[in-house]
Design a protein around this ligand. Structure first.
Ligand code: KG4
Ligand code: ZN
Length: 338
């Protein structure tokens, strides 16, 4: 019968995502987002996110199936994010996944959200080389990982942010600059008209005695707030601030990621997560990987941000590796470690 079609479900934050993958191939996916409902609060409101998942769940499953030209009865396994993420939001996805798996009589796989982000790239570029270094940069995470066989080996944590995630920094500084939520895309857009050299922002944890793979972004937020304060009563040159902030974040992220590859003798860098959508992060990663003789892999934008295809992708890898399914009483793990 060959490998089964895996239905992947993602609901850890504000995106309800459903994807269908078989044998490493993306067959179809759909996403609904409650982002606009959170905009006026300047960040994701857990209660609103959970309610939006309940609202969107079944229609998004339907849309993904329709896009793939498949029927419910074609699903051979269900994979779902069990953590990390917002508790109420995760509960909705897991409850839906259990219902589907039980009704269809197919195995259920509980997966780690970040393993999903890593697996997303396999849908675009095929199997990951073993080993590779993965930079995960999103609103909730900023980590450098050493990845071997995604389905079999534990992921090694090389470094992590000590405070804010890079996406969180984009979002918080955007707020300080008076730009809309989510801040990352807004800063990316504003930066196009700006001059990054007009403002000097720090490069945290890049000194000779600093941990080479640790990140810190809360100081950048403070620096951006101070710079904004200095313009009180004048027009704020937002474009320059946005360009300089983006440059500082892209510089630190790519410098450390390339250093991790070099130090570990790894030839491929993979950049995933919402911030991988940033135009300057992409450009600088390309430039520096080329200079260091590294292969750079960045999945297309729609696979970079939260989606169900990435969860189906890691589910598909687990199925093909013969991993044990989850019991039907599996629980969410909101603060799941990597
Ligand atoms: O991976 P993701 O969709 O959700 C998780 O956090 O897991 O990432 C969302 C984050 C937000 O902080 C958003 O501002 C950021 O990714 N982001 C960007 C861009 N697009 C999304 N940051 C910088 N530049 C962008 N173009
Ligand atoms: Zn994510």
């Amino acid at each position: 019968q060959g490998t089964p079609v895996v239905l992947g479900i993602e609901s850890s934050c504000d995106e309800t995502g459903v994807g269908l993958v078989r044998d490493g191939r993306l067959l179809g996916h759909a996403v609904a987002s409650s982002m606009e409902e959170h905009a006026r609060f300047g960040g994701v409101v857990p209660e609103i996110a959970a309610r939006a998942h309940v609202h969107a769940f079944t229609p998004v499953v339907h849309r993904a199936l329709t896009e793939a030209g498949l029927r419910m009865s074609d699903i051979g396994a269900v994979a779902v994010t069990t953590g990390p993420g917002l508790s109420g939001a995760l509960q909705v996805g897991l409850a839906g996944a259990k219902g589907l798996a039980y009704a269809l009589g197919v195995p259920l796989y509980g997966v780690h959200h970040l393993a999903g982000h890593v697996a997303a790239d396999t849908l675009a570029h095929g199997p990951l080389p073993d080993p590779c270094v993965v930079l995960i940069v999103s609103g909730g995470h900023t980590s450098l990982l050493l990845v071997r066989d995604l389905a079999r080996d534990p992921i090694t944590h090389l470094g992590d942010t000590l405070d804010d995630a890079a996406g969180e920094c984009f979002d918080k500084v955007a707020r300080v600059f008076g730009l809309p939520y989510p801040g990352g895309p807004a800063i990316d857009r504003a930066a196009r008209e700006g001059d990054a050299r007009a403002v000097t922002f720090p490069r945290p944890l890049t000194g000779p005695r600093d941990d080479p793979y640790a990140f810190s972004f809360s100081g950048l937020k403070t620096a951006a707030a101070r710079w904004t304060e200095r313009h009180r009563g004048q027009a704020l040159p937002v474009a320059n601030g946005a360009a300089a902030l983006q440059e500082a974040i892209a510089d630190v992220l790519t410098r450390k990621a390339v250093a991790a590859c070099t130090a570990h003798g790894v030839g491929t860098l993979v950049v995933v997560g919402g911030v991988a959508a940033n135009s300057r992060v992409r450009a600088l990663a390309e430039e520096r990987c080329a200079a260091a003789g590294l292969t750079l892999r960045v999945p297309p934008l729609k696979l970079c941000t939260d989606n169900g295809a990435m969860i189906a992708a890691i589910g598909d890898l687990l199925v093909r590796a013969g991993a044990a399914p989850a019991p039907l009483d599996v629980s969410i793990d909101p603060s799941a470690p990597l």
